[in-house]
Design a protein around this ligand. Structure first.
Ligand code: FES
Length: 133
């Protein structure tokens, strides 16, 4: 499951598979300036500093230019990470607005990390595991 790290403050957010960056951040109790949440206003742009993401819905060229598609600009309400990514907000800092949601997300991230470590230690992958007794 992918994570989103916020640069430079270092918060790490655990995303569900196929979840957008914006959805994951809000589900984890964070907020920042957004608008339509549907890929139409361009307000939720951030800079992707590492990692990759994909758009599962078309994005209009008026919202995301050809240059922006190549320079790491990330439209967070539509961007689905393809692995762990690091982003940097533009002109603002992310705000923790719901500590309860943040704690839930943090526990989920810890469980996922422990599960991945256990799989690494046993030398198996998810596909190799047998659930038959
Ligand atoms: S919030 Fe409008 S494009 Fe993302």
């Amino acid at each position: 499951m992918p994570t989103v790290t916020i640069h430079p403050t270092g918060e790490v957010i655990h995303l569900e598979p196929e979840e957008t960056v914006l959805s994951g951040l809000y589900r984890a109790g964070f907020a920042y300036t957004v608008g339509c949440r549907r890929g139409g206003c361009a307000i939720c742009k951030v800079d992707c500093r590492s990692g990759s993401f994909a758009y599962h819905h078309p994005i209009a060229d008026t919202v995301l230019s050809a240059d922006e598609r190549g320079d790491g600009t990330c439209l967070t309400c539509r961007a689905v990470p393809e692995g762990d990514i690091t982003i940097e907000l533009r002109g603002e800092e992310i705000r923790l607005v719901n500590r309860f949601l943040h704690q839930i997300n943090d526990r989920a991230r810890q469980r996922a990390a422990a599960h991945a470590a256990a799989i690494d230690a046993s030398g198996t992958t998810h596909k190799e595991q047998s659930w038959e007794s």
